[in-house]
Design a protein around this ligand. Structure first.
Ligand code: ADP
Ligand code: MG
Length: 696
């Protein structure tokens, strides 16, 4: 029996391994395990028994409803609650839940984005149980993680492609490992997603329509102080924030989410939570639940949680570091080897990764593209939009030596026979962190730092998994059939050739520098700074062929993803433009008219008694000119936004937002912010950056 609160409560809200073992008949449990572990099909008898046990457990936990919890193309989660009740006929009810209800659901899917899939096929979509991710209880609702697919079986969600990409990676990894004499049962990715977020006072949040409607400030002049004193990072945590963090930990632990590290981040009011890494699909689901809990629990403490990538100009934005590795029956394939044989395997896998990122940099970039992330990538606080790989001080000389066929004793690595370098031990405790790199090797995992804070982490992981699967496939295809005595030498020269061919993607320097932009261009690396420029890669013919080859996404599904990402971009910007014009017309203009009127009255009064009031005249003049500028700017913005909405295709809409509407929004903001600097606090209609970021 657990003796402390945390061990007693940990995982208490999930239908866990332990609960299943306890509540399912042994043969049923064994069959279910085979479904979960080996992907065996699920028969209805088993489903009925599991459903029954799940329901009994959920009822004991106080649940009244169940839901198929899924991740439509918007990336956030969706749920529709059905109660367990079935009328008995005598006025009473029974609580029922069948295997069929567990396995499959049919949400009224017409309002979810389908990127055109459903209109060309069938209106209906259905949800299918994903037994690899545990069911859990949330607010008296039994939540069943599901995939959401169209009637014809095409993915309408984020989970389906993710699960398929795991299958592809596992299959190719097993082929590769077999050549090294290893035959694992399971090869899965491990993912740890560090989540950044902001917390501000709820009352400030409520007073700002831009925060309420768009999740980020669209206006606001610079605060008197920013993050320049470096006092927030790892600083003492505000008591209210600490209370929030404690409740968050408790709630996450109950859901079996291994929340581990919490601290203040660089920007004022910015924080981070890092869980312990988990098997891929659990990590994806749990990151979504974490974000949901953050938003929900903040209000218990009079706070509002902002997950947007750039809630405030002038200070850092928020991202999500996606730590990624591959686990082969628990052995981390990205762990540098301690003997030549493991070294060889490690170097081959590393070569595969480098090649994967180089060949599909465009898809990696597209997978993290969003209107919010455009404010962050390349803004000297996050990696640039140029994708590159950082290997670190210890590993990069080894790779360099390998490419050049030279020794690099300076770094403690020496080439063994067959040219397999021994890797210095230090690689394994590599703590060298180049924060400016989008994809950095950090000891025994890669860290993709381009992901936006509010993003579903599926997309980038689908690309990574599939791109690496492709390289594993290439290695296996090239090396299968090579006689055993030549295998090591050939594997080594394969790795060497691969590193050589993809050398351009390796970059150890400062990703923030202007020089890197120039150098990257010379190396032929893309620098796609915006979402509209990045998204077309999703439907490039070569990329469609790539995803189709590995059974991850077909042309229709990719089109759906592309269209829905374009729509999200265009819709969000439309909302932001509308919110700007709403705030200008209903808040800022009236406030400025009021304030300038007040000062004008004062000027008039003083003039009457012979006082010149130079400064006040000047203030009235500036404010009035400002009002004129703002008035013109808001009309322009509205006209341009209308124009954008009228464009015939999603891509053209996105382009128009990028090229015309965003500059108009920036101009709009500048005109208002300039007036905020002059306006009296009593007149200013919304909390300022000073108010929001430095509350006590
Ligand atoms: P930092 O902020 O320095 O990057 P953190 O400790 O905050 O480091 O986060 C590291 C993250 O990486 C954690 O979520 C951790 O669980 C995860 N992680 C550690 N090892 C692995 C691994 N082998 N595969 C995937 N993720 C890992
Ligand atoms: Mg990190």
């Amino acid at each position: 029996m657990a003796t402390d609160r945390v061990t007693a409560e940990y995982g208490s809200l999930i239908f866990s391994e332990a609960v299943m073992q306890q509540r399912l008949p042994k043969p049923t449990y064994k069959k279910l395990r085979r479904v979960m572990d080996d992907g065996e099909p699920l028969d209805i008898d088993i489903a009925n028994e599991v459903a029954h046990a799940m329901k009994e457990w959920a009822l004991e936990m106080g649940a009244t409803h169940f839901t198929h919890w899924f991740q439509p193309l918007t990336g956030i989660t969706s749920e529709k609650h059905d109660s367990f009740i079935t009328p008995k006929g005598d006025g009473g009810v029974l609580m029922t839940f069948s295997g069929k209800e567990l396995v499959q659901g049919e949400p009224d899917a017409s309002s979810f984005p389908s990127g055109g899939i459903r209109s060309t096929f069938e209106a209906r979509g259905y949800t299918v149980w994903d037994p690899t991710s545990p069911a859990f209880i949330k607010d008296e609702v039994l939540c069943i993680p599901t995939a959401f697919i169209s009637y014809t079986g095409e993915a309408l969600d984020k989970k389906t492609p993710f699960l398929r990409s795991q299958v592809a990676l596992e299959k190719q990894a097993k082929r590769l490992l077999a050549l090294f004499g290893r035959h694992p049962n399971r090869v899965l990715t491990s993912i740890g997603a560090e989540q950044e977020y902001f917390l501000i006072r709820e009352e400030d949040f409520q007073e700002r329509p831009d925060l309420v409607l768009c999740g980020r400030t669209l206006f606001g002049c610079e605060p008197s102080k920013g993050q320049e004193l470096d006092e927030h990072y790892f600083g003492a945590i505000r008591p209210t924030v600490n209370e929030f963090m404690k409740e968050l930990d408790d709630e996450l632990w109950k859901l079996g989410i291994p929340a581990k590290t919490k601290h203040n981040e660089v920007a004022p009011c910015q924080h981070e939570l890092a869980p312990i890494y988990e098997q891929g699909s659990a990590a994806v689901d749990n990151n979504l639940l974490t974000m949901e809990k953050m938003k929900l629990l903040a209000s218990h403490h009079g706070l509002a949680c902002l997950l947007a990538e750039k809630p405030f100009a002038y200070v850092n934005g928020s991202g999500k570091h996606n730590n990624w590795s591959i686990s082969s029956d628990g052995y981390n394939l990205l762990e540098p080897g301690s003997d030549p044989e493991h070294n060889l395997q490690f170097l081959v896998i590393l070569a595969c990764l480098v090649a994967a990122v180089d060949e599909h940099a465009d898809l990696i970039r597209a997978s993290v593209a969003s209107a919010g992330n455009d404010h962050r990538l390349g803004a000297n606080e996050a990696p640039p939009a140029i994708v590159s790989v950082f290997l670190g001080d210890n590993l990069s000389p080894v790779v360099e030596a390998l490419i050049n066929g030279t020794h690099s004793e300076a770094h403690g690595s020496e080439l063994m026979d067959l040219g397999v370098p021994t890797l210095p031990d230090v690689i394994r405790d590599n703590t060298d962190r180049n924060r400016t790199s989008p994809f950095a090797f950090t000891g025994n995992k890669f860290e993709l730092r381009m992901v936006g804070s509010q993003q579903n982490i599926s997309d980038p992981n689908v690309v990574l998994n599939t791109a690496v699967a492709e390289q594993f496939d290439r290695f296996a295809t090239d090396l299968e059939g090579v006689p055993a005595e030549r295998f090591k030498a050939e594997a080594m020269s394969w790795a060497r050739a691969t590193f050589k061919a993809h050398k351009r993607i390796i970059f150890e320097g400062n990703g923030y520098s202007d020089d890197w932009e120039k150098e990257a261009e010379a190396r032929g690396l893309a620098n796609l700074k915006s979402t509209p420029e990045a998204l077309p890669a999703i439907i490039a013919p070569a990329n469609i062929a790539f995803f189709e080859k590995y059974g991850v996404l077909n042309a229709n599904e990719l089109t759906a993803q592309y269209v829905s990402k374009c729509e999200q971009y265009e819709k969000l910007l439309n909302i932001e433009a509308n919110t700007m014009s709403y705030m200008v017309r209903h808040l800022y203009l009236p406030a400025l008219i009021d304030y300038s009127g007040n000062v004008a009255t004062s000027v008039a009064t003083k003039t009457e008694i012979g006082i010149e009031a130079f400064a006040e005249r000047e203030i009235v003049r500036t404010l009035t000119a400002g009002i004129d500028t703002i008035y013109a700017a808001v009309s322009d913005l509205e006209a341009e936004n209308k124009e954008a909405q009228a464009k015939p295709t999603p891509q053209e809409q996105c382009n128009y937002y990028l090229e015309v509407v965003i500059p108009a929004m920036e101009h709009m903001r500048r005109t208002v912010d300039a007036m905020e600097r002059l306006c009296g606090n009593d007149f200013w209609p919304v909390p300022s950056y000073n108010d929001m970021l430095f509350y006590v």
